[in-house]
Design a protein around this ligand. Structure first.
Ligand code: NAD
Ligand code: TYD
Length: 349
């Protein structure tokens, strides 16, 4: 099998690439990534010399480039993760999210169709999406695969739109597709703009921890390694045209999560108890801030037998340990040094 993974230099993508190389050594993996601020080849340092792995720098918004890439390669499957992924950035610059997440996905569908049509046997287009497409829950209930779409942020609206296009290619053109909608991920290699790595980095540097609103919003957190395992299971055994929700049954209000993180950080940094929590600073709420996300992943459990492997407390501690022992990685991605390096390396290609 030759699989194209898009966004493989990002947070989740790098875990998916690593997982597939380890668990499916007979496969060839091509990682297509534009290397935006969120894409970092250092995330793949441990595996990038493997003979069945190849990196291609490219942009999914460039339809001609994708057509050429698919003409030159006989991909059996696509696992599509490339996206703009941060809600706050989508509020600052919505158009970029439409172009990358919607147009980029349609370009990829077009290229896969042109390459595979009319014989789709053995092919699969797997689109990685988010629980945020379902909107916001009240205090009760869970998102199921039947929950109507109700996105509120430009990010979730662009992901919802891309999901619709993927289903349209299945219904209209017979493309074998599968979609999964996952809850908030955490773990190693996450860019420190998202809650957990941002707060770890700020605590290390004794900087304020900006809690939006009252910190009452609730998220359902899943260890990224468990997400990669779920993606493997769904890619191989998920039914065509189906959607699978992936979640950790692990709901935390932001403030409770932050307090737990602060306690872990105090211990790991040998600081007095309560030192990290003193950095909490309540700030103006995010516009359109969804109150609660919570996933019902029973379909995935029932049909494909997937369950998360570790508790949140354990996963969070592993994550903190990873960031504290990879200070150089954090410095690089926050300094912009690696961005300049890529400019020099790839700027003219
Ligand atoms: P990320 O921002 O860490 O990585 C995105 C990757 O996509 C980067 O490597 C970036 O360089 C690449 N990319 C961006 N624009 C591109 C373009 N035009 N062409 C090619 N590559 C491009 O994101 P992530 O958190 O790893 O999320 C990956 C996917 O999973 C996204 O589709 C996201 O919507 C989805 N998802 C994320 C979460 C989460 O908690 N992070 C949860 C559910 C679903
Ligand atoms: P985030 O990691 O951006 O993921 P998402 O918005 O996709 O859920 O944010 C997680 C939660 O943390 C969300 O409710 C917003 C909140 N948050 C803060 O309170 N302060 C911050 O600085 C950030 C980045 C997020």
């Amino acid at each position: 099998m030759h699989i194209l993974i898009t966004g493989g230099a990002g947070f989740i993508g790098s875990h998916v690439v690593r997982h597939f190389l380890k668990n499916h050594p007979a496969y060839t993996i091509t990682n297509l990534d534009k290397l935006t601020y969120a894409g970092n080849l250092a995330n793949l340092h441990d595996i990038d010399q493997q003979p069945n792995y190849r990196f291609v720098k490219g942009d999914i918004t460039d339809g001609d480039f994708l057509m050429r890439l698919f003409a030159e390669n006989r991909f059996d499957g696509v696992i599509h993760l490339a996206a703009e992924s941060h809600v706050d950035r989508s509020i600052a610059n919505p158009t970029e999210f439409v172009v990358t997440n919607v147009l980029g996905t349609v370009n990829l569908l077009n290229a896969a169709r042109a390459s595979w049509h009319p014989d789709y046997s053995g092919k699969r287009f797997y689109h990685i999406s988010t629980d945020e497409v379902y909107g916001s829950l009240g205090r009760e209930g869970l998102f199921t695969e039947e929950t109507p779409y109700d996105p509120h942020s430009p990010y979730s609206a662009s992901k919802a739109s891309s999901d619709h296009f993927v289903r349209a290619w299945h219904d209209t053109f017979g493309m074998p597709v599968v979609i999964s909608n996952c809850s908030n991920n955490y773990g190693s290699f996450q860019f420190p703009e998202k809650l957990i790595p941002l707060f770890i980095n700020n605590i290390v540097n004794r900087k304020p921890l900006p809690v939006y609103g009252k910190g009452e919003n609730i998220r359902d957190w899943l260890w990224v390694v468990d997400h990669a395992e779920a993606i493997d299971v769904i890619f191989h055994r998920g039914r065509n045209g189906e959607t699978y929700n992936i979640g950790g049954h692990n709901e935390w209000s932001n403030i409770d999560l932050i307090r737990l993180l602060c306690r872990i950080m105090d211990t790991k940094l040998a600081r007095p108890s309560g030192a990290s929590e003193k950095l909490v600073a309540y700030v103006t709420d995010r516009a359109g801030h969804d109150l609660r996300y919570a996933i019902d992943s029973s379909k995935l459990q029932r049909e494909l037998g997937w369950v998360p492997s570790i508790s949140f407390e354990k996963g969070l501690e592993l994550t903190v340990d990873w960031y504290l022992s990879h200070a150089e990685w954090l410095d690089d991605v926050t300094s912009g040094g690696y961005q300049r390096y890529y400019e020099e390396m790839y700027g003219n290609r």
